[in-house]
Design a protein around this ligand. Sequence first.
Ligand code: ADP
Ligand code: ADP
Length: 227
Amino acid sequence: SPLLELSNVHCCYGGTTAVYQLSLRVMPGQIACLLGPSGCGKTTTLRAIAGFEPLCNGEIRVRGEPLSVPGYVMPPEKRRMGMVFQDYALFPHLNIYDNITFGLRKLSRRDRRRRADELLELVDLQGYGERFPHELSGGQQQRVSLARAVAPQPQLVLLDEPFSNLDVELRERLSREFHDIFRDQQITAILVTHDQHEAFAMADEIGLMRDGRIVQWDTPFNLYHEP
Ligand code: ADP
Ligand code: ADP
């Protein structure tokens, strides 16, 4: 059964409808991507899934439970979602250890440190724990923000244009790295991007978006081989 299900979702800003009649399902362990030009409603959809954007119609369920329906949004602490943003959004005054373990304050100091070391290894940044975000390159900062997002073992990781601030070469390398991490860790992820290469490199399934709708939903293989 699907981990995430959007049924007939509409999101409105005042009089304008940014997302229209949107339905999709994501199975556990899958990487789904919403691909489309600027303004087509990708970020609004992601924000709705994250619970930041109330729906004006339809429903969003996670493991069958209502996450967002008109008039109800599941409280943040129950949603268990990790987010990765285009601008990394690290805390500049915290070192990398403290950035990564920010969501793990319930653990003892020792367990936090152990988990942080595991995560630094996962994103290939062993030895960077004591540094500060400004001492890292853009690619390294984005790997830290992935580590922070997956630290509390979320049920879903949401990525909004994660590589758009990076140069082409680094973008390709990080798409592969993130893809491999999601596979290894069996993480379910939703990626939003306007970059076709990124979508094809990372996703199991791609939803093509235009004007607030999904116009096609298929595997990269089928989309690529379409006549
Ligand atoms: P994308 O992420 O694909 O670039 P968005 O979801 O950001 O698209 O935007 C979809 C549509 O909703 C656009 O027409 C945009 O102008 C509009 N929109 C987005 N955010 C707001 C907002 N806070 N207030 C009013 N309109 C908005
Ligand atoms: P990447 O290919 O991962 O983006 P870069 O080639 O940009 O890495 O950076 C290479 C090295 O330079 C890294 O070890 C990084 O820690 C260091 N570095 C990058 N930016 C800065 C900075 N602003 N201050 C100090 N060191 C930096």
